[in-house]
Design a protein around this ligand. Structure first.
Ligand code: MN
Length: 388
């Protein structure tokens, strides 16, 4: 079964404090997402400002494969702004949202549940007259009352929204709970088999990816995520982690995803640069250390058989191979292999001497580089093989 990738790096991702991107960077990222096979690119919230609307329009006109979405509150002004910016998209989508939790309806919208339902119906109909592809989001769905949510989604579906998004706006839900909610909605919204249930998770409790995956198991068929997991507060569901989990554990999810994972490292760097948000070294999948091994035992294992300590093949991401970080926890095996790659071969006794000087240097330096190895190897007069 197919799971659609909806990337919101350019909308929710850009809502990371301080992450505003230049229009040229936004366009470059959209093109890279398009080439990678992203099903839907949410390019922005057009009503936010004329500059955002112009950028969405530019992206809409240049994307060739992906559907391009613009977010809109459930009011006519926003819906028209979204549509204006999407006019030239090959496949446009208007994404309408309104909050449905008691706390948001009462304190933020100051609307009664009946008024919210009426707004859902009116706004989805109005979006649908402009654009056949309408997505509806019930903001703060995970803190909404279940049966009210059923009514809300029923109304949205009947008014023409065929993608029904169930956002965990504040990163509050737990995996088993979220899965149960998706199942409940699929069961209770009449005609729900015509709709695609979508999930949108935030990482406030560090569960965005886990919640997304739990929802996929429960029948969600669109995942909303961002490159490097950037987004409001603690961020959104990380695209690269979710895709890696679905790929490595195909046996669990059975999901077909049309996304070229080899495009991920470049996308990650592009987004990090454009947002001035560097990726932490130990970040899953895209961190500098994600495929680096430090301890002697792990390095020895990986050299004998990669799968001993790696579940995600580096080649899947277009990366060459595991990186063995040479430092004071490294063992003889990894050092010997690296020396051989650099063209040096030592006899057993020379290797022992080399290893001792390696350890001395490693006590004063975090990482022993290839240049360090060459200097040390060239300093050992006898038995040094000619560099290949
Ligand atoms: Mn969000």
């Amino acid at each position: 079964m197919k799971v659609r990738v909806f990337d919101t790096t350019l909308r929710d991702g850009e809502q990371s404090p301080g992450a505003a991107m230049r229009a040229a960077d936004r366009l470059r990222i959209a093109r890279a997402l398009d080439r990678a096979g992203t099903d839907v690119i949410e390019a922005g919230f057009s009503a936010a400002s004329p500059a955002v609307a112009a950028s969405v329009a530019e992206i809409a006109a240049s994307v060739t494969h992906s559907t391009v979405a613009s977010l809109a509150r459930a009011v006519d002004g926003d819906i028209h702004a979204a549509w204006e910016s999407l006019r030239h998209a090959r496949a446009p989508r208007i994404h309408v949202f309104i909050a449905t939790s008691p706390i948001h309806m009462e304190h933020k919208l100051r609307m009664t549940p009946r008024q919210v339902l009426a707004a859902v119906e009116r706004s989805v109909r109005s979006a649908h007259t402009l654009c056949p592809d309408v997505e509806f989001s019930a903001e703060d769905a995970t803190r909404s009352e279940r049966d009210f949510l059923v009514e809300v989604f029923q109304t949205a579906l009947d008014a023409g929204a065929l993608t029904l998004n169930v956002p965990d706006t504040v990163g509050y839900t737990q995996p088993h709970e979220y899965a149960a909610l998706i199942s409940y909605l699929r069961e209770h919204v009449r005609g729900s088999e015509r709709a695609i249930f979508s999930v949108h998770c935030h990482d406030d409790l560090g569960l965005a990816v886990a919640n997304t995956l739990a929802a996929v198991r429960a029948g969600a068929r669109q995942i909303e995520c961002t490159v490097n997991g950037i987004g409001e507060r603690a961020g959104n569901c990380a695209l690269e982690e979710t895709l890696a989990a679905m790929r490595v554990r195909q046996d669990v999810y059975g999901a077909e995803v049309d996304f070229d994972m080899a495009a991920i490292p470049a996308l990650s760097r592009m987004v990090a640069r454009a947002t001035h948000m560097p990726v932490q070294k130990h970040k899953a999948v895209v961190g500098a250390n994600a495929f680096a091994h430090e301890s002697g035992i792990h390095q020895d294992g990986v050299l004998k058989h990669r799968a001993t300590y790696e579940v995600l093949p580096a080649e899947l991401l277009g990366r060459q191979a595991a990186r063995l970080h040479l430092g004071r926890q490294s063992g003889r095996h990894a050092i010997r292999v690296r020396l051989e790659q650099l063209g040096y071969a030592f006899e057993q006794s020379e290797m022992e001497r080399f290893y001792q000087s390696f350890l001395e240097l490693a006590n004063t330096k975090r990482e022993i580089t290839d240049a360090d190895l060459r200097v040390m190897a060239n300093g050992i007069p006898e038995g040094v093989a000619q560099p290949a």
